[in-house]
Design a protein around this ligand. Structure first.
Ligand SMILES: *Cc1c(COP(=O)(O)O)cnc(C)c1O
Length: 369
């Protein structure tokens, strides 16, 4: 049987190993924050924002940012029904209610019109998730937020490398959150980043991130409020520093893989893939194919065909409102229909062209079958 094609795998070079080894050997005592400070600075520079806080996960960054915005019991947070559960958990854990609205058919990101309709006096925030690297319609979402006095949060976990009319994903909302989980384009094993341009929000999250100990507090072991413990370690940050030095290489390779799939597949009838509207750059975290209903191709067909080629086939996110913890929102027609006829394609950095050809052949065969 031919070798297994994984859907993701980090790209780790001698540089990551060298920095992690150095952090392990020397990054203690007076040097225990060196790589963390360097990683935060590099990320700030890359994104073009004023403030960054490295965290242990994107979920942690979202949790602290949402807490700092005052989201709590009785509040509602509007988000797309299509997403990983990680964005929802902090909302529920803060005692608020996620309000799931439909996605757009072409970008698979939140539909601004549905957002506007879902606003109530209890709405405390809108979450824009740049799904698979595809960009949300930020102009419209920010305008809606401004009109109603509601902050827009960017979950940019999947969107490093994505640019919206000159602004990087994650840099446009009240705050942005990134993930460096092992499946993401830039990885530290586990990890995340909170980013913002708002000095007050930054100070608040900085305090929350340090067990509620304010930066100016001179009394030792004296928290001023109950906070969180979602810190990144210096060793993880060392890996992150190496990955940041390679960020252009990491994101451009993702784009190259998507471009190859697009060239070979997008012209086929009944297929749509990650869009890249004029004025935007798609970071291409997860090349995805959606099949039109008339093709008759289903998630199950796709999984079986990929399995027989020894290739990973990652399912498109289930609607969050279909999970047992929530009430189904059946009017979210795209969120409920697309996952039945879509698949994420393998796209790891070191994947070779021959493996992409194998994946392309599986899809062509299914379409002709
Ligand atoms: C991966 C991911 C997260 C969670 O990131 P963690 O670092 O695992 O907490 C959140 N939101 C989206 C959209 C993701 O893809």
């Amino acid at each position: 049987m031919s070798s297994r094609i994984l859907y993701t795998k980090p790209s780790i070079t001698e540089l990551e190993v060298r920095y992690a080894t150095d952090a392990t050997a020397n990054g203690w005592g007076d040097h225990c924050y060196d790589y963390i400070n360097r990683f935060e600075a590099a990320f700030k520079e890359h994104l073009g924002v004023k403030y960054t806080i490295a965290t242990s996960s994107c979920t942690g960054a979202l949790h602290m940012g949402m807490a700092a915005l005052g989201i709590g019991s009785g509040d509602e947070v509007i988000m797309a029904d299509t997403n990983w559960v990680a964005t929802t958990s902090p909302i529920v854990n803060l005692g608020a209610k996620p309000v799931f609205v439909d996605i757009l058919e072409d970008s698979w990101c939140i539909d601004p019109e549905q957002v506007e309709r879902a606003i109530t006096p209890r709405t405390k925030a809108i979450v824009a998730v740049h799904l698979y690297g595809n960009l949300c319609d930020m102009d419209r979402l920010l305008a809606i937020g401004e009109k109603h006095g509601i902050p827009v949060i960017e979950d940019a976990a999947e969107a490093i490398g994505s640019v919206y009319h000159g602004k990087r994903a994650g840099s446009m909302g009240a705050f942005g959150a990134f993930s460096f989980h092992g499946t993401k384009t830039l990885t530290t094993g586990e990890g995340g980043m909170f980013v913002t341009n708002d000095p007050e929000l930054y100070e608040h999250v900085l305090t929350l991130s340090n067990h509620g100990r304010a930066r100016g507090q001179t009394k030792q072991f004296w928290p001023d409020m109950i906070g969180f413990k979602y810190k990144m370690s210096n060793i993880q940050a060392a890996i992150g520093c190496a990955q940041m030095e390679r960020i252009e290489e990491l994101t451009s390779r993702k784009r190259e893989i998507l471009a190859t799939y697009r060239e070979r597949l997008a012209g086929l009838p009944g297929i749509s893939m990650n869009p890249e509207p004029k004025g935007t750059v798609n970071g291409a975290w997860m090349p995805t194919v959606v099949f039109a209903p008339e093709t008759g191709i289903t998630r199950e067909n796709l999984q079986a065909a990929f399995a027989s080629e020894n290739a990973d086939a990652r399912v498109f996110f289930w609607p969050l409102s279909s999970l047992p913890m929530f009430d189904p929102v059946l009017k979210n027609i795209h969120a409920w229909s697309i996952p039945d006829r879509a698949i994420n394609l393998p796209s790891y950095h070191d994947m070779n062209y021959a493996d992409q050809v194998r994946v392309i052949a599986v899809i062509k065969e299914l379409l002709n079958g």
